[in-house]
Design a protein around this ligand. Structure first.
Ligand SMILES: O=C(O)CCC(=O)C(=O)O
Length: 254
């Protein structure tokens, strides 16, 4: 190892998801700080960045890719498996961690027993995503791997009149190489969003619900996180997959 080299990073998976539970949240959410190594993170980022231009959908401030394809009327038309670089190592690790003795992994009760769809979002600093719910297209388990930079995901509640209370109920800090899993009420009852900020502020063990599970809380001891570009991989199981998927023409096979 050269004098400037960092020691290689390690992955650190719990023997049961229970060890990674964010206990301050309603059942259930889990945070694993080191789900992939530095080298794996770099390799995935390289694949994301070198994907064909047509893969990217440019929104006003953010761009995204969908794999294997977009949904049409909440249905996955392209039933091809995920590409290998999205399967390995993330999916095999997701499926290797037991939830409990009777639940061998987090997708045990989902229709396809595994994620079949990945949304890739890229957030330069000062970019976010409006508070929203993920809706009825997916089994209510969301697995998000963060790459490149840290930021805070906020959870919001609707007020009695149906409007969103703009003050987040909870904040979760997502470090690069981490996995966040949200399920159940956090999927159906609460909204999630990311504020468009250059810097996350006022972070401490009192304001960040997963502070005790962070890899490097010391990096944020001044309460600040200067954002760089963060890429997220959101793994979900789409409930409806078209039987016609295999017979589609090239226009659907972006
Ligand atoms: O990038 C993230 O962590 C959140 C993405 C998200 O909210 C979504 O795709 O619905």
């Amino acid at each position: 190892m050269g004098s400037n080299s960092q020691p290689p990073s390690v992955i650190n998976l719990p023997t049961s998801l229970e060890e990674s539970r964010i206990t301050a949240l309603p059942p259930a959410a889990y945070y694993i700080a080191d789900v992939i190594s530095d080298e794996e993170e770099k390799a995935i980022l390289q694949k994301v960045e070198t994907a064909p231009k047509a893969r990217w959908r440019q929104l006003t401030h953010r761009r995204l890719q969908t794999w294997p394809s977009d949904l049409v009327k909440n249905t996955l038309l392209d039933s091809r498996p995920l590409p290998d670089w999205l399967e390995q190592p993330v999916v095999s690790r997701l499926l290797s961690i037991p939830v409990s003795e009777s639940e061998p992994h987090i997708f045990t009760n989902s229709p396809h027993s595994r994620p079949n769809h990945v949304l890739i979002n890229e957030y330069p600093p000062n970019t976010g995503i409006m508070p929203h719910k993920d809706g009825g297209a997916y089994h209510p388990v969301v697995c998000t791997v963060s790459l490149g930079s840290s930021l805070c995901l906020n959870l919001y509640k609707s007020k009695d009149d149906g409007a969103i209370d703009p003050e987040p109920v909870w904040r979760i800090l997502q470090e690069p190489r981490s996995l966040l899993i949200t399920t159940a009420d956090l999927y159906t009852e609460y909204l999630h969003g990311i504020e468009p900020l250059e810097t996350d502020v006022n972070m401490s063990e009192d304001t960040i619900v997963n502070w005790n599970l962070l890899r490097s809380p010391e990096l944020y001891k001044d309460g600040l996180n200067q954002r760089e570009t963060r890429v997220s991989l959101t793994y979900r199981d789409v409930l409806k997959v078209s039987k016609l998927g295999g017979k589609l023409g090239p226009m659907f096979k972006k």
